[in-house]
Structure formats: structure tokens, C-alpha cells
Design a protein around this ligand. Structure first.
Ligand code: NAI
Length: 332
């Protein structure tokens, strides 16, 4: 039998943690032959929630689940972690200033990054879900200088999946017929869902749908989909966020593969820039990516027209402003 992979979930007593852990334990993330050990990392107020969820995990009797540990100590939580899913954070609440938001998250993601650097497995892969996700990932990465920067990522797969779903609905095709959608930039209202290189049933998406919709209402709808869910459901996106985080890790570890025609399948993920597409080096920004051999690779060489250049630039400027603010606060 294979040795278990250790998966650490922070915020495991919260909603996304709850939606994610059963699917991970069932084999949806790392495959039906890969045992997993779950580490649930919480803060003291969240421990009961995590303990209750662990009782339900026991009641599922998942054959792949090799063990569950629950802790409020980041050192113990990340010890030997192969996959670290950083879900718990301090999201913005009404009236909160940006400085307060970033400071509160610096107090979480700085120590968690340091604990990952100190004790995680050599192959650790980190996905930050908790908002502001890109900048939280940057903070964690900066506190783990001995871990390759490429191991720190943030979730824009939910935005990507929303963009695919909304395009398929507009074009009247199955989601499986949509390819080549890209989310650029920050997981925020400035994100840019880009259909320039997308295809719908093999033809350019910008021919299949109204181009002014694609570059207007569509962008806004994708960016504000979270608010739309809150409005209709009476609660935030939870199952779809957990699903996206699981797909991000699955593709990262197992690869994005190729479509039937042999073309590599692309997705979107926020990864550390090396300067691709003019995004300043070191920022954690969403790009078109493929994964093989256990590493994300930014898809280079896509043409970027004036409209896209402006949209990408606006979102990247926001990431730079967040980075500058956490620098000024001494958080990185
Ligand atoms: P929640 O409030 O239900 O759960 C968060 C949990 O994190 C709580 O149990 C809390 O005790 C725990 N927590 C807080 N600080 C912690 C720390 N330092 N260490 C360990 N645990 C800690 O929130 P929910 O709905 O699960 O969302 C989690 C985060 O994910 C939020 O920041 C939300 O904004 C973000 N999110 C990100 C998305 C993305 O696409 N990147 C999509 C949806 C949500």
C-alpha cells in the first residue's frame, strides 16, 4: 500500500474546511489509491468545530483516511505536511480599513509560512484560499525562504470555473466544450476573466458569443459572482470554493493532462511571477497555467491586445499596492 500523504487544512472548523475534508478523505483530490492523513489546524475558538467534523469523518469510515489530527499549534499542524491548504483567514468585514485587514492576515500568514518553512515536508505544496488570498500567499511565501517560491499558490480556480460555467451557459454548450479561459491578476473585483484565447466547441469564444458581452457584462458577472451567490443563497460560496481548491491541488499533483486532440489542458492559478506578461517578479498573480511533473508552468506566448493589457495592468497594480502596504507594515 502507498504511504499516506499528509494534508493540512487550516480553518478546518469553518465552512469551506467542512465542505473540503470529506471529499479529500474520499479520494477526490489525490486519487482513489492514495491514502491521506488529515491535519486540522484551527484557532482555539474553532477547535470544537474541527473536532465535530473529525467525528463525522470517523463515521464515514473512509478506507483511504489513514488518520486525523486536530491542533491549534501551527508547528504541529504543518509538521511533515505534503499539502497545505490555508483556508482560515481574517476576511474583510464592513468598515474594516485595508491596513487593518492586511495586518490581521499578516499575523496569521507570517507565522504559518514560518511553520511551513520549519517543519513541512520537502515536497510541500501550499494553496491559499483565505482572503485576501494572493497577498496572504505572498506573506506566507516570504516567511519560508528555504521553500521554493513556486510551492506557494493562491486560489483563482473558483473564478476560472465560474468563468467557464457562465461562458458555457451563454453559448448554450456543455462546459466540457469550453477551453482556454484565463483568469488574470488578483482574486478580487479587479480580476480579469479573459476570453481572447478561449474556444467554444472548437471555435473562438469571441465569435460564439457577443464580443461586447464578453468584454463587459461577463467580466463583471464573473468578478461579482460571489456577491450574487450570497444574495440568492443567503450565504457565501462554500461547496464551489472547496471544489475549486480540490481541483487546484489535484491538477497540481496529478497534472492537467491533454484534451482529446492532444492539446495540453489549461487552467488558471495564482502563482509566483518571474516577470511573465509584464507582471512584476515575486507577485502572486493569476495566470494561464498547465501542470505536469508536479509543477505549475505559466503558459507563455499568448497574444495580449490593448484591452487585455489594460485589464491585466489594473489588477496587477492592485496586487502591487497590496504588496507595498504589507511591506510598509513590516509584514514581509
Ligand atoms: P469560515 O468563517 O466558515 O471559516 C474560517 C475558519 O478559519 C474558522 O473556523 C476560523 O476559526 C478559522 N481560522 C481563523 N484564523 C485561523 C488561523 N490563524 N488558523 C487556523 N484557522 C483559522 O469561512 P469560510 O467560508 O470557510 O471561508 C474561509 C476563507 O475563504 C475566507 O477568507 C473567505 O473569504 C475565503 N474564500 C476564498 C475564495 C477564493 O476563491 N479564493 C472563495 C470563497 C471563500
Amino acid at each position: 500500500a502507498k504511504a499516506p500523504v499528509t494534508v493540512t487544512l487550516t480553518g478546518a472548523g469553518g465552512q469551506i474546511g467542512y465542505a473540503a475534508m470529506f471529499r479529500i478523505a474520499a479520494g477526490d483530490m489525490l486519487g482513489a489509491n492514495q491514502p491521506v492523513r488529515l491535519r486540522l489546524l484551527e484557532i482555539p475558538q474553532g477547535m470544537r468545530g474541527a473536532e465535530g467534523a473529525a467525528m463525522e469523518l470517523a463515521d464515514c469510515a473512509f478506507p483511504l483516511l489513514a488518520g486525523v489530527d486536530i491542533t491549534d499549534d501551527p508547528g504541529a499542524g504543518f509538521e511533515g505536511a505534503n499539502i497545505a491548504m490555508l483556508i482560515g483567514s481574517r476576511p474583510r468585514t464592513a468598515g474594516m480599513e485595508r491596513g487593518d485587514l492586511l495586518a490581521a492576515n499578516g499575523a496569521i500568514f507570517g507565522p504559518q509560512g514560518a511553520a511551513i518553512g520549519a517543519g513541512a515536508a520537502d515536497d510541500v505544496r501550499v494553496i491559499v484560499v483565505g482572503n485576501p488570498a494572493n497577498t496572504n500567499a505572498l506573506i506566507a511565501q516570504q516567511h519560508a525562504p528555504d521553500v521554493p517560491a513556486s510551492r506557494f499558490t493562491a486560489l483563482t480556480r473558483l473564478d476560472h470555473n465560474r468563468a467557464v460555467g457562465l461562458l458555457a451557459a451563454e453559448a448554450g454548450v456543455a462546459v466540457s466544450e469550453v477551453d482556454g479561459v484565463t483568469i488574470w491578476g488578483n482574486h478580487s473585483a479587479t480580476q480579469y476573466p479573459d476570453l481572447s484565447h478561449a474556444t467554444v466547441a472548437g471555435r473562438p469564444a469571441l465569435d460564439a458569443v457577443d464580443a461586447s458581452w464578453a468584454r463587459g457584462a461577463y467580466i463583471e458577472r464573473v468578478a461579482k459572482r460571489g456577491a450574487e451567490i450570497i444574495e440568492v443563497r443567503g450565504g457565501s460560496s462554500v461547496a464551489s470554493a472547496a471544489n475549486a481548491a480540490i481541483e487546484h491541488v489535484r491538477d497540481w499533483v496529478l497534472g492537467t493532462g491533454t484534451a482529446a486532440d492532444g492539446v495540453p489542458r489549461r487552467t488558471s492559478a495564482a502563482v509566483v511571477s518571474h516577470g511573465e506578461y509584464g507582471v512584476p517578479e515575486g507577485l502572486v498573480s493569476s495566470f494561464p497555467v498547465v501542470s505536469h511533473g508536479g509543477d505549475w508552468e505559466i503558459v507563455e506566448g499568448l497574444s495580449v491586445d490593448v484591452f487585455s493589457r489594460e485589464r491585466i495592468g489594473a489588477s496587477v497594480a492592485e496586487l502591487e499596492a497590496e504588496r507595498d502596504a504589507v511591506r510598509e507594515l513590516g509584514l514581509i
